[in-house]
Design a protein around this ligand. Structure first.
Ligand SMILES: Nc1ncnc2c1ncn2[C@@H]1O[C@H](COP(=O)(O)OP(=O)(O)OP(=O)(O)O)[C@@H](O)[C@H]1O
Length: 297
């Protein structure tokens, strides 16, 4: 079931800036990543999802409601973490969080307190004197404590140290378990790789690829690297006709691409060779996406 439906979304800020003909379908219960470099169009897309700006063309529908026309109603289902956090008022973190819970009519202070402890957030601090990381944590606590069905987050880990980023990723996994639908932009490939089901890649306002992370995690086409003890073995292996992706002759190393189905056959073959080592090269989302960006250029 499609929960967030973006159709041909276009906002033209001229001179090639903006977003152009973006279509994405986010399913209920999905964790959907949105990656791209600075200025690629992530925030512009998210602002349309929240109904803050009107598209030139196309539409965003959330749970069947038009994000622009029914913006107030949509916000009943959605919790949002903006890219730039500015808190209104001059209150403590606790007062701010309690007010948000009261205004939205969702969530509980108990949950907010629990989340603050997990994220090591001092809620007694005044929101204006908070560091960037503390502000980010406050926004995260506010969004997660609200218990909304849909979470839309613009670079939610900005300002968090690596330890807190891990805590946040674990919290997201818990939200996914509860069946929440999550859309998050990021430029940190490792975090989207860890938590997302699918990831859309945006470049210069256009979607260049939607990656199903299963295809990365469970890819059956593997690459192995091996180093031979002797030049004779190194040369003999090259003559066998395996699909060789790279050779480092000075180190007697060969990189072979092979499908899982044929790996046993390769291992049998290698018994007849003197090897220093033989190991799989793990493909990460970052490597994959770097290739995609290269192809686009
Ligand atoms: N109100 C606006 N008027 C004119 N140009 C704009 C406006 N808002 C955004 N842009 C331009 O549109 C492009 C996309 O911006 P956007 O903020 O969506 O990118 P982003 O992917 O979120 O980048 P970042 O990672 O830096 O936040 C940029 O070139 C930006 O300068």
């Amino acid at each position: 079931m499609v929960y967030i439906d973006i159709k041909h979304l276009t906002k033209d800020y001229k001179k090639g800036r903006g977003v152009f003909d973006i279509s994405l379908e986010i399913e209920k219960g999905e964790v959907y990543g949105f990656v791209g470099v600075n200025g690629a169009g992530k925030t512009t897309t998210i602002r349309h999802m929240m109904g803050f700006i009107k598209p030139d063309e196309g539409s965003v529908t959330i749970q069947g409601l038009d994000a622009t026309k029914s913006s107030a109603e949509v916000k009943r289902y959605v919790s949002y973490i903006p890219g730039e956090i500015n808190f209104p008022g001059n209150t403590s973190g606790e007062e701010f969080l309690k007010e948000q819970i009261y205004l939205s009519g969702r969530g509980s202070w108990g949950r907010a307190k629990e989340l603050s402890e997990q994220l090591q957030l001092d809620v007694t601090a005044n929101v204006h004197s908070m560091s960037k990381g503390m502000k980010q944590k406050t926004a995260i606590v506010s969004a997660l404590a609200s218990d909304a069905d849909i979470l839309i987050m613009d670079e939610p880990t900005t300002g968090l140290d690596p330890l807190m980023r891990d805590v946040f990723i674990d919290l997201l996994k818990e939200e996914k378990e509860k069946g929440k639908t999550i859309f998050m932009s990021s430029h940190i490939f490792q975090e989207v790789e860890e938590v997302c089901d699918r990831v859309a890649v945006i470049q210069e306002g256009k979607i260049i690829e939607v990656v199903n992370m299963k295809n990365i995690r469970y890819n059956k086409n593997k690459e192995y690297r091996m180093e031979f003890k002797t030049e004779e073995d190194f040369k003999r292996f090259i003559g066998l006709g395996y699909q060789i992706s790279k050779v480092k002759a000075e180190d007697l190393q060969i990189f072979v691409q092979i499908h899982d189905e044929h790996i046993n056959e390769l291992i049998q073959t290698l018994k007849d060779f003197d090897l220093v080592y033989f190991k799989e090269i793990k493909v990460h989302f970052e490597d994959y996406i770097t290739e995609v960006f290269k192809e686009e250029k």
